[in-house]
Design a binder for this molecule. Sequence first.
Ligand SMILES: [Zn+2]
Length: 192
Amino acid sequence: MKKYFYRVVCFLAVLLPASILFQSCVNVNQGNPPMQSSKNKVTEKIFKSDEEWKKILTPEQYQVLRQKGTDRPHTGIYDQFFVKGRYYCAACGLELFESGSKFDAGCGWPSFSEPLESGHIDEHRDLSFGMIRTEVVCSRCGGHLGHVFNDGPPPTGQRYCINSTSLIFKSEEQLLKEKSADSTDQTGVTND
Ligand SMILES: [Zn+2]
């Protein structure tokens, strides 16, 4: 009988600390904040004062990109322009659109069915001029690009109506040349 009693005591002596240890491990895990995923890369923002932007941009670019201006319809250089290549933010050089998604909406402004990267464009509700519209801006510098509407072609059904003045275009040839020359310029923008 005594033997049996000691066995129970020994068993409890081993089991009890083990269960406490296990419980404390669980508590520690529960107390940890969720792991931050390194894959969730957010585009690094660029902040500049109006004076700084005025030095960098042409008066037309400043008016559209920083003052939310609009190109007059059918006047922008990229309206009836269908060369293969990529479109970049004229202010900060972020890649925004590809020629493959460009289409002629007949509205007088360059139109795209989708951005190159959804994370490169931010959307804001725009209630100006008595209309309810969705403004699109460059996610890196906040520059005004235009608006997005739900009357685009399938499959996206979207029409990104963008000011030519907000964009800088680079042809496929130009991009290939730059790649082969292993350009050290990482901004992605040239003004020639
Ligand atoms: Zn930008």
